[in-house]
Design a protein around this ligand. Structure first.
Ligand SMILES: Cc1ncc(COP(=O)(O)O)c(C=O)c1O
Length: 391
């Protein structure tokens, strides 16, 4: 079987039979001509299906080792469609306690209104989910590494327990990507992506995907994809397809830069602590070595001091643009408590350790020497009113 980098470039992608075009054409059309009513070439209307989208769905499914791929207008649209397709009022879901803020918001502020119950559980390491399983439990939903605390779940162990109790296991693989981790191979039923991040990789297109291991949920997801209609437009699919071809080389560069930067930050006198799965100080470092083929491009850290010092650090950075999102070729920085995870209640953020001084870096693929120099100058120029007053 072809390796992942080959799949990214060849799966579902063949020269166009009509023109010979090597790259998948952009079928920027809403509708398709029919020879007679109901007689068509497999496409009727672009919400239901579009040839550019089909190619993207095929390549993503193949890269994750799944049987079917479905693309959406965003990762959030993929999540909403998944939950509405598989859950009914009274059903219960076990959710990792450190999921993306928008995922938490959808689950607690939207899905709960439809009578779905949930418990947010620390799924670090080989956490035992048995005490949280109820008769009504239907699904376990998790991220690994998590956003933003980069906690790792032992997928094999947690999914094994989930399957023993008949739960559907869903893994948001956005941070790791199929290049670093294959949840379906470890027993998951469904993989979710915000393709906005590493899959697209260039911070120029929002999208999402669901990859199914087998046929079990195919009809339900396909029906809901079309009925809810949160589908991507053909150009979004084309851009994502263009991005995914270089996933392998980009992930290698993200991982290499991030490891070097994490080590640099850990040794810096202005840094309180660094969270990165590739550091031996990370609580699940050995699991990361076993379960992942690289440690990813995301780093979280706390600078010495508090919120003020963190703000000063971020506003002094030159190459790490202060912005939400992650996974693009350019480096980004943010404070999750104020930005990406602001929709989580302050007391829950405090319990989890998402403090106002926690900084998240998405390490890009720029020259690592420039990135380190940028971080160094920003750390060394941290100012606070306390420091200024004392001076
Ligand atoms: C891990 C993770 N899952 C899902 C999402 C939601 O994706 P989107 O922004 O494409 O809706 C995000 C967005 O940041 C994310 O980081």
């Amino acid at each position: 079987m072809a390796k992942l980098r080959t799949k990214a470039i060849h799966s579902g992608q063949h020269p166009d039979p009509v023109t010979g075009a090597v790259i998948t054409p952009l079928y920027q059309t809403t509708t398709f001509a029919q020879e007679a009513p109901g007689v068509h070439k497999g496409y009727e209307y672009s919400r239901s299906g579009n040839p550019t989208r089909t190619v993207l769905e095929t390549v993503l499914a193949d890269m994750e080792g799944g049987a079917h791929g479905f693309c959406f207008a965003s990762g959030s649209a993929a999540l909403a469609t998944l939950m509405m397709a598989l859950l009914r009022p009274g059903d219960h879901v076990i959710v990792g306690d450190d999921v993306y803020g928008g995922t938490y918001r959808f689950l607690t502020k939207v899905l709960k209104n439809f009578g779905v119950e949930m418990d947010f559980v620390d799924l670090s390491g080989s956490a035992d989910i048995t005490p949280f399983i109820k008769d009504s439990s239907k699904m376990v939903f998790l991220e690994t590494p998590t956003n933003p605390l980069l906690k790792l779940t032992d997928l094999e162990a947690v999914i094994k327990t989930a399957k023993q109790h008949g739960l559907t296991a869903v893994v948001d693989n956005t941070f790791a990507t199929p290049y670093l981790q294959q949840p379906l191979e470890l027993g998951a039923d469904i993989v979710m992506h915000s393709t906005t991040k590493y899959i697209g990789g260039h911070s120029d297109v929002v999208g999402g995907a669901l990859i199914l291991k087998d046929d079990t949920y195919r009809d339900q997801i396909a029906f809901n994809q079309n009925s809810i209609g949160a589908t991507p437009d053909p150009f979004a699919c084309w851009l994502t397809l263009r991005g995914v071809k270089t996933l392998g080389v980009r992930m290698e560069a993200h991982c290499k830069n991030a490891l070097e930067i994490a080590e640099f930050l850990e040794a810096h006198s202005q840094v309180e602590d660094v969270i990165y799965p590739g550091l031996s100080s990370h609580p699940q470092h050995s699991l990361a070595k076993k379960q992942m083929q690289g440690y990813g491009g995301m780093i979280s850290l706390r600078v010495k001091g508090g919120t003020e010092e963190a703000n000063s650090f971020l506003t002094s950075l030159k190459y790490f643009t202060l912005a939400e999102s992650l996974g693009g070729i350019e480096s980004l920085s943010e404070i999750p408590a104020i930005m990406t995870h602001a929709s989580i209640e302050p007391e829950i953020r405090a319990q989890l350790g998402i403090t106002d001084s926690l900084v998240r870096l998405s390490v890009g693929i720029e020259d690592v020497a420039d990135l380190k120099a940028d971080l160094d100058q920003a750390l060394n120029s941290i100012t606070s009113t306390k420091k200024t007053a004392a001076a």
